[in-house]
Design a protein around this ligand. Structure first.
Ligand code: FE
Length: 345
């Protein structure tokens, strides 16, 4: 496995890069905008294909690098479904898995620092975001923070992991890089409390100053969505109402780019073809099923995904590959549902 921990000294943020092999798919957790070039340099050096980028929560102390990584690599941005960010390509819920080639992370909803905080468990380690830090815990006094919820997240979820589980937080201000669940249970001063009330009392009396980047970072991190208007200006977008009226037409085929678990959880458009975004290049290339479909039958391909981000990127790629009938549903299945489009489970 390839595992790298990057440090941004301005915000004391740790960013993680994971991949199962050189030349394979990679994933990044909590990228910092100013460090994006460094991540991409390593991605190139190790011949990796960045396919997903996760933010553990909406950060207040740095601007996320997710949107720029998406724009530069066409990777999928991932956050919890509770997030207040405008558009994230894939929103996950407690217990769902985030998969890339050779690796699988389990999402654990751990609110408290913010109401959109997630931790991610992978084999022998857990990425705890700002929920559990090394000998500390994330503050709970803004961004819908809640000390009571954090107590529950830490004591009833994270500390239930095996003691030897490695703890990789999103920050460290003292120079530590990794800990274990056992160590934190024993030596984290914030966790030596007898009750939830005692923890709430402790957290509510920290009297911390706001992070210096907060006024910049929070608004920036709320607007990370891909601008789909460019695709629309090129005439490659259909609005949900129009898409609904096109359903059932013989010359049209709907193509669902989402992953299996997203389809299972949110439903799909009846009769749609399933061709996950991860296999897009293969499918639109010569000999690929979408290429053949467009060439041989002249069918109009209408891509869709959850919110229109993956499909917007897919349209551009398909057009570049010569599939001139490719378009997408602006706003994805989320917009389709809002327009009362028919669904199948
Ligand atoms: Fe944070």
């Amino acid at each position: 496995m390839i595992f790298r921990q990057f440090f941004d000294s301005a915000s004391s943020t740790y960013t993680y890069l994971l991949a199962s092999r050189y030349g394979g798919e990679a994933l990044i957790i909590d990228p910092v905008l100013e460090r994006v070039d460094r991540y991409l340099q390593l991605v190139r050096e190790l011949d990796l294909n960045l396919v997903k980028v996760i933010d553990t929560h909406l950060h207040a102390d740095h601007v996320t690098g997710s949107a720029v990584l998406r724009d530069r690599t066409h990777c999928i941005t991932v956050m919890g479904e509770q997030t207040h960010a405008d558009v994230i390509s894939m929103r996950i819920a407690d217990g769902e898995r985030i998969n890339i080639e050779g690796l699988s992370l389990e999402a654990v909803y751990t609110p408290g620092h913010t109401d959109d905080s997630y931790s991610f468990v992978m084999d022998d380690r857990v990425f705890t975001g700002d929920t559990l830090l090394i000998r500390g815990t994330g503050r709970t006094d803004f961004q819908n923070g809640d000390a009571r919820a954090q107590y529950d997240s830490i004591f009833n979820k994270l500390l239930k992991l095996p003691g030897e589980t490695l703890v990789y937080p999103a920050h460290d201000y003292k120079g530590d890089t990794v800990s274990t669940i056992w160590e934190e249970r024993r030596f984290n001063p914030r966790l030596q409390v007898g009750s939830v009330e005692e923890y709430v009392e402790l957290m509510n009396n920290l009297k911390l100053a706001n992070p210096k980047m907060m006024d910049v970072a929070v608004p920036a991190n709320m607007h990370v969505g891909l601008h789909q208007d460019e695709i629309s200006r090129k005439g490659w977008a259909v609005m949900p109402a129009e898409a609904i009226s096109l359903r059932g037409r013989p010359e049209v085929v709907f193509v669902d780019l989402r992953e299996k678990n997203e389809r299972a959880r949110h439903g799909s458009i009846p009769g749609a073809l399933h061709a996950p975004y991860a296999d897009l290049q293969e499918n639109i290339g010569k000999g690929g099923i979408l290429h053949e479909l467009a060439e041989a039958t002249g069918k109009r391909i209408i891509f869709y995904c959850a919110f229109g981000e993956r499909s917007a990127m897919a349209v551009q790629a398909a057009q570049d590959a010569g599939l001139k009938t490719a378009c997408h549903i602006e706003g994805g299945i989320n917009a389709w549902k809002k327009a009362s489009g028919p669904m199948e489970q």
